[in-house]
Ligand binder design. Structure first.
Ligand code: MD3
Ligand code: FE
Length: 213
């Protein structure tokens, strides 16, 4: 008997094989997580990266961790230095790391130690088109994603871009752990609510924790 697995199992909703929605899992810490962002973006600012095919990304991002996801006209990759500053990305704050490990554990992944955390920022007009996350070396490790601020409509597709996507609402404090068969599925974001969030203002933030190398 593992009491901590049953005490709030109500909030663990399977979304797809290998994907678990932990509704409100980060609610208590949401404000503290958001409070880290100004300190982090003072080291590595939010920027709009470009892609080889699609031009400037509407979502603004930076990374923390030993390595970070970057995109430019040469393609996508992970690298230890922020190309904007030429310096290492800021370290993953302890409260980020601890939350990610607890969420992964709840979803059945013991000892999740991410080496990268991509911080995405959206306003009400920002979309993220359907894509797969394939640039991480370790596809057995899950990805943990934390939604903060304004609610959004998440697009969940299948193994092929042609598969019909379904929408899920994600709210401040929701955490999703994507592993196993869901790790390589197409996904995107097709709308953020208009308005203001009491802690995040006119933004939605998303933290995605990855084991990239
Ligand atoms: C499913 N971010 O950063 S989070 C991304 O809301 C990304 O910022 C979106 O897609 C966002 O790559 C969606 C949920 C998410 C993140 C990574 C996944 C879902 C995923 C990787 C594999 C499958
Ligand atoms: Fe993604």
């Amino acid at each position: 008997m593992q009491p901590d697995l049953f005490s709030d199992s109500r909030t663990a909703v399977p979304l797809a094989p290998g994907a678990v929605l932990l509704g409100g899992f980060a609610l208590a810490e949401g404000g503290a997580l958001l409070d880290e962002i100004p300190r982090l973006e003072a080291i590595s600012p939010f920027r709009h990266m470009t892609t080889r095919s699609r031009g400037r990304l509407a979502v603004a991002m930076f990374n923390c961790g030993e390595t970070g996801w970057v995109s430019d006209r040469r393609g996508y990759r992970y690298q230890a230095l922020d190309p904007e500053t030429g310096k290492p990305w800021p370290a993953i704050p302890d409260i980020f790391r601890s939350l990610a490990a607890r969420a992964a554990e709840r979803a059945g992944y013991a000892d999740f130690v991410p080496d990268a955390c991509l911080v995405n920022r959206y306003d009400a007009d920002t979309r993220l088109s359907l894509h797969q996350d394939m640039d991480e070396r370790d596809h057995d490790a899950p990805i943990v994603s934390v939604s903060l601020g304004l609610s959004a409509s998440f697009l969940w597709g299948g193994p092929s871009r042609r598969d019909r996507a379904v929408r899920h609402r994600v709210h401040h404090g929701d955490v999703v752990v994507w592993g196993g068969p869901s790790r390589m599925m197409f996904h995107g974001l097709d709308g953020v609510e208009r308005g203001r969030h009491s802690l995040a203002g006119a933004w939605r933030y998303n933290l995605t924790f990855r084991k990239a190398r």
